[in-house]
Design a protein around this ligand. Structure first.
Ligand code: CR1
Length: 799
């Protein structure tokens, strides 16, 4: 395929799909036309993959997730199809700048954070490896809210990604399922029969997911909700125009919004309905596909692996039993075993407030038959294990974690440390009863998105140095290691980092009106704002550093730009206060002529996947400073490491494994370990003690409290300050001095540019293990029991 083909296809789509000619085309038209021309090139491999999966009559994977944080897709497709140069040439020959065309695509924010982005990386890796499967989720009309700052305060605005036509999806009006809710359960000749009193239609929308070099493509199928009878003509004819559209509006609320919270139970009936809606539609679809190929439903586990991405789709257990038992007549115990044979469950958090529990009365109202089935699963488990305390139903609640565990044949954590904590804490008893069930699958990220697309400078250098195979075999990055002693390579590595930093500096100037010095250290913390992630520790350290520089302006300092990015859940008051504080501190520090050359704080609003792609390649330092035992894994930490930003961090989540691999000398460790944190919390007055012992911290806190950053307002930060002084569950105060010291080690290391670059390059060379290809291979072997349908890309002849 040549540039001429892609160009003529783009022009054809411009004319016949967009109805425009080139002289009148807007960047939107060109972006859509190019997307359609690229999409055309996915169809053949997509069909071929589907046919191959049917022909194999083997197993498929179904990844059920409330979130798929896919971001933009055009560049991804171009990269995977190897069309970079062609696509750029097409845009330029049409008179458009390639980057501008790519930037015109809305960022599909169908997720909150790590959990959703992980699902997107997994789709990419499954297609790259030729693991036949589908992603199943919800086609939210409004993705995660857009964040803006007003006087430093987070304001949420609705996200409107579907205002424009979505270039990548195929609507499937022929694939619709009625999803029922409510009603009653009655006895019918000894059988329990659910008589629901409400129904909503689930309509399929398919997005092909193309793997590396276009060798395989899977499908992401997202469900949109529609009313059974969308329009009430009688009401309309009576003149009741609002009433006429009410059924449609009501039904559509189910797929209207993504809950803007990734750690706390939204506690809303609508959320439960969303979970059942997409899970039930997906299971119907899975059974339809299975029944088209096979007869015996008992064989389901040999052909179907269903992965529950956290407990959000946990209703899949009882729903599958209901389908097999109530609707297909399988006896209950066999149905339960069959369902368990299909299901795997991934736990992503130990935060108690994020472990879903539904009141029984609510479950009874929305899903009465499921509540009965859950009761029976719980009883059965109790009979088999008489002396156990772990209950699915307890204190009037349905515990979705216990339900997921009991209904899954494998349960996994997402980093080695997290998996150990899962065994020792939340599921300690269930682990004792089922010692073979919990396995670890440390998270990973796709190098196609996070190096090849996001970091062209590094991609080129790596390719020039070790050839092209690393993209689908990331452990080959280790072949870079001998080159860290080669001055020519190291110059090029430093130049690539510099290019990325200059690009970020340009973007910050153009979009935020901030001028930063690309020679300064770019110190970046980007993730959801949460107390356990401790952005407030970072900003307190920033204040302490500011104080120190002011005291000794002629001292030996290392210039730093502290960059923050991230959103707070709209109802999470303290997190929003932290955002406000960061912005306030930035305003004061950035205006100080004494420190301006040494320290700056930048917080661009509306952090999303696209912004991450911009920031990570330009980072010098990766902030992974969560309270040990709280961050299940982290995935941003992996992206930074592979892009050559050493970590300052605690022994938490996958940090532990990153440090093991990149080497302790290339990682800035500080802080208490998970058991030390637990012990520290039992010390009465631990926060006050720590503050007394740390004049720097005491001063910074006092400045915040006394209004230095809030125009004298001593109330604004009372929440944060009181929390830290008197409660401090996340042990910010006790870890503060360790963090400060580690930052000074960072300063010293950065003053030796060659040493620093060597450390950065070793982070790249040693992070190949963190590819999501490795993670997916782990799931295939240890959870799904499935073999790939294409040969490993590493077996192919090099290009
Ligand atoms: C965890 O907080 C992890 C991702 C993906 C998040 C993060 O540490 O990297 O999952 N958990 O496994 C989450 O969003 C609802 O829970």
């Amino acid at each position: 395929m040549t540039h001429a083909d892609l160009r003529s296809d783009t022009l054809r789509h411009l004319e016949f799909s967009l109805g425009k000619d080139l002289p009148h085309a807007h960047v939107y038209d060109v972006r859509m036309a190019l997307s359609l021309a690229v999409r055309d090139r996915i169809i053949t491999p997509w069909f071929a993959s589907t046919r191959a999966a049917y022909a194999a009559r083997g197993k498929r994977v179904y990844y059920l997730s409330m979130e798929f944080l896919i971001g933009r897709l055009l560049e991804d497709a171009i990269v995977n199809l190897g069309l970079m140069d062609e696509a750029r040439a097409v845009c330029e020959s049409c008179g458009f700048d390639f980057a501008t065309v790519l930037a015109n695509e809305p960022d599909a924010a169908l997720g909150n954070g790590g959990l959703g982005r992980l699902a997107a990386c997994f789709l990419d890796s499954m297609s790259t490896l030729g693991c036949p499967g589908h992603g199943y989720g919800i086609r939210y009309e409004h993705g995660l809210f857009q964040q803006r700052f007003e006087d430093g305060v987070q304001i949420e605005e609705p996200e409107e990604w579907l205002r424009q036509k979505h270039a990548w999806e195929f609507e499937r009006p022929e694939v619709m399922y009625g999803i029922a809710f409510g009603g009653h359960v009655r006895d019918h000749d000894g059988r329990r029969v659910w008589e629901p009193d409400e129904q909503v239609l689930a309509k399929a929308h398919d997005t092909p997911v193309i793997g590396w070099r276009g060798r395989w493509a899977n499908t992401l199928r997202l469900w949109g909700a529609e009313a059974v009878h969308g329009f009430d003509l009688a009401a309309f004819n009576r003149g009741d125009y609002m009433g006429a559209t009410a059924p449609e509006a009501l039904a559509r609320t189910i797929s209207r919004v993504l809950y803007p919270d990734d750690t706390s139970d939204a506690g809303k009936e609508l959320r439960l309905r969303q979970e059942y809606f997409f899970t039930a539609a997906s299971l119907r679809d899975i059974l339809r596909r299975f029944c088209g190929e096979h007869e015996d439903l008992a064989a389901l586990p040999r052909h179907v692996a269903i992965q529950l991405n956290d407990t959000h789709p946990a209703i899949a257990g009882p729903e599958l039993i209901r389908l097999l038992h109530d609707e297909h007549g399988m006896d209950f115990d066999t149905a339960e075993d069959t369902a368990r044979g299909c299901l795997g469950y991934t736990n992503h958090t130990l935060m108690p407030e994020a472990l879903e529990r539904w009141p029984e009365w609510l479950m009874d109202r929305v899903l009465p038959r499921h509540l009965e089935i859950i009761g029976r699963i719980d009883e059965g488990h109790a009979r088999a294990h008489p002396h156990r305390n772990a209950h699915i139903l307890s204190d009037g609640n349905v515990n979705m974690g216990e339900l997921s565990f009991i209904m899954a044949h494998k349960v996994n954590g997402v980093s080695a440390l997290h998996t150990d904590l899962v065994k020792d804490t939340v599921f300690a008893e269930l682990h004792r009863l089922h010692p073979d069930r919990i396995v670890n699958q440390t998270n990973g990220v796709t190098p196609r998105r996070w190096i090849v697309a996001a970091n062209p400078a590094l991609r080129k250098l790596v390719g020039d140095t070790i050839g092209p195979r690393w993209v689908s075999d990331l452990e080959r990055l280790s072949e870079l290691e001998p080159h860290v002693d080669d001055a020519g390579f190291m110059d090029a590595y430093a130049a690539a980092k510099r290019t990325n930093k200059e690009a970020l500096a340009r973007w910050l100037r153009e979009t935020q009106g901030v001028t930063v010095n690309p020679a300064a250290m770019f110190d970046i913390q980007i993730k959801r704002i949460h107390e356990y992630k401790r952005q407030h520790m970072n900003i307190l350290e920033t204040i302490a550093l500011w104080n120190a520089i002011r005291e000794d302006p002629n001292g030996e300092w290392t210039p730093r730009v502290k960059i923050f990015g991230g959103k707070a859940a709209p109802g999470y008051v303290l997190a929003k206060e932290i955002i406000h504080l960061i912005n306030d501190v930035g305003r004061v520090i950035n205006a100080d002529p004494v420190t301006r050359d040494w320290l700056q704080v930048v917080y661009p609003p509306n952090y999303n996947v696209t912004m991450a792609e911009r920031l990570i390649p330009a980072a010098d330092l990766s902030e992974q400073i969560s309270t040990a035992g709280k961050e299940a894994s982290g995935t941003g930490n992996m992206k930074f490491a592979m892009n050559g930003a050493p970590t300052i961090g605690t022994l938490d989540g996958a940090n532990v494994e990153i440090r093991e691999r990149v080497g302790a000398e290339n990682f800035f460790l500080f802080g208490m370990t998970a058991p030390e944190v637990v012990a520290r919390r039992t010390v009465e007055g631990h926060a006050a003690q720590a503050i007394d012992a740390s004049p720097r911290l005491a001063q910074a806190l006092e400045q915040v409290a006394s209004g230095v950053f809030s125009d004298g307002d001593t109330d604004r930060y009372r929440g944060v300050v009181d929390n830290l002084r008197h409660h401090d569950f996340f042990v910010v105060c006790s870890d503060f001095d360790g963090y400060w010291d580690a930052q000074r080690r960072v300063d010293a290391a950065f003053r030796d540019p060659a040493g620093w670059m060597r450390m950065a390059a070793l982070n790249t060379a040693r992070s190949g293990w963190f590819s999501s290809d490795r993670t997916i291979r782990g799931y295939m072997a240890e959870v799904w029991d499935i073999a790939p349908l294409i040969a490993p890309a590493s077996d192919l002849a090099a290009e």
